[in-house]
Design a protein around this ligand. Structure first.
Ligand code: ADP
Length: 421
């Protein structure tokens, strides 16, 4: 194992895997911290997917440290802490506290932090995170149900989450390439900074930052920054050439489950409504997971087949706010996640073998309920969202776990069309 990664949610983990596969690394995603005696999979990179983004801080830190211990025991030469390209977190964490704990355990006094992913419209300029042409806090992320992002200045955001200090490697330095970035990071480390937010607005920047981070014990960021990492291992003669993964064909019914309330997912649902059957659950009217699941079961009866059915709880900000006002933020999220996990179980029982799940937390809940323990990564549908072959659920299953904001408008249809090619 060359690279060991710890991802704070499941769709983010898949996104990272996809990036590494594209870079020529054989990659396996493990769901949760593996048992101490579990053998390491045959892979160049292993990504341990946690559901720690919005977990209580202590739990997120403990799980991340357990994942770190397992990865190090299996020989990982470099550790990557993967979080969302929209830096999803609150002032309590969990990005800062988890990064602090990992840096401490690794004895590395410094780590770069770069969530940029230009291919998915996330760029960092002068430490400010942009989604397309707007600042993070005007991108819709300020309404996120669990991690509302109301400040786009990542130096400030990360500073509030760590007892260390945070510096910046600005655009003008990043433009000069890997050597300059490396020098700037060394200077910040010598000044006693624990983190450097690193600007990046293009893939070339990400590649240069990856090169500059060669030999760093810990790297933190979105999946974009992983673009430059395989080349380091290749240059060192550690990475052999392999074919990229082709997944086994799995026949069965098709379905989409959506629990993301992000703008991209809402637009994808709008598009899907014009083409396939879509059920929108109303947790405000019926705040009961068992009853909502039963409604979904009744609705899907007779509709399952090769054409996907779509079952969504996704709602615009005012409806999310109404449910949260009624139940509290965590309880509202937990109700919807529990509902969609139950519906997933039901779908698989009824013969669904090709399943798209939209939403990071949602995917975490679904995958855990299905008992999936590892995902082999296949071809990409849209940047950052591959089909995967899931193992552990008792039957062969193709899963595509889509981070809420990822994918083109027609994603839900495109995903299944890609399987027919
Ligand atoms: P994303 O990838 O877009 O961040 P997530 O699944 O991670 O999506 O987060 C969305 C959260 O919103 C989940 O906890 C989900 O249960 C919750 N949610 C979904 N629909 C609703 C709704 N109608 N009201 C309140 N919360 C909801």
């Amino acid at each position: 194992m060359l690279l060991g990664a710890i991802a704070d949610d499941f769709t983010g983990a898949t996104d990272l895997c996809s990036m590494l596969v594209r870079g020529g690394m054989r990659t396996v995603q493990l769901i949760g911290v593996p048992d101490a005696d579990a053998a390491a999979p045959e892979a160049d990179a292993v990504v341990v997917a946690l559901k720690s983004r919005t977990a209580p801080v202590r739990q997120a830190v403990e799980q991340s440290l357990a994942a770190l211990a397992w990865l190090r025991r299996h020989g990982a030469r470099q550790i990557f802490f993967k979080y969302c390209s929209t830096f999803d977190s609150t002032d309590q964490g969990n990005i800062g506290p988890v990064a602090d704990a990992l840096a401490n355990a690794l004895g590395s006094g410094f780590a770069l932090a770069c969530p940029a992913f230009p291919a998915n419209n996330r760029s960092v300029y002068q430490g400010h995170l942009f989604v397309g042409s707007v600042l993070l806090n005007e991108s819709g992320m300020e309404h996120h149900p669990l991690t509302p992002m109301t400040d786009a200045n990542l130096v400030r955001v990360l500073s509030r989450q760590t007892d260390g200090t945070v510096g910046l490697v600005p655009f003008a330095v990043v433009e000069q390439g890997a050597q300059a970035i490396r020098r700037a990071m060394t200077a910040l480390k010598e000044q006693g900074r624990r983190y450097a937010i690193v600007d990046a607005v293009s893939d070339a920047h990400l590649v240069a930052i990856g090169e500059a981070a060669e030999g760093h014990a810990l790297i933190t960021g979105g999946s974009g920054i992983a673009m430059g990492l395989p080349a380091n291992f290749r240059r060192a003669g550690l990475l052999e050439e392999h074919d990229s993964t082709t997944l086994p064909d799995v026949a069965g019914h098709a379905a989409v489950l959506a629990g993301s309330c992000s703008r991209a997912t809402l637009a994808q649902l709008g598009y899907a409504r014009d083409h396939v059957p879509v059920l929108t659950l109303d947790p405000l009217a019926t705040p009961d997971a068992a009853i909502l699941t039963e409604q979904a079961r009744t609705w899907m009866n007779g509709k399952l087949g090769r054409t996907p059915v779509v079952i969504a709880a996704s709602a615009p900000p005012d409806a999310v706010a109404a449910l949260q006002a009624k139940l509290g933020r965590e309880e509202a999220g937990a109700l919807v996640e529990e509902t969609l996990a139950r519906v997933a179980e039901s779908l698989v029982r009824d013969g669904v073998r090709r399943l798209v799940v939209a939403g990071g937390e949602t995917a975490g809940a679904v995958v855990s309920r299905l008992g999936v323990h590892s995902l082999r990564i296949g071809g990409e549908i849209d940047p950052g969202v591959p089909w995967t072959y899931a193992e552990g659920s008792g039957q062969p299953l193709l899963l595509a776990l889509k981070s809420g904001n990822f994918g083109a408008r027609e994603f839900f249809l495109k995903a299944f069309a890609a399987l027919e090619q």
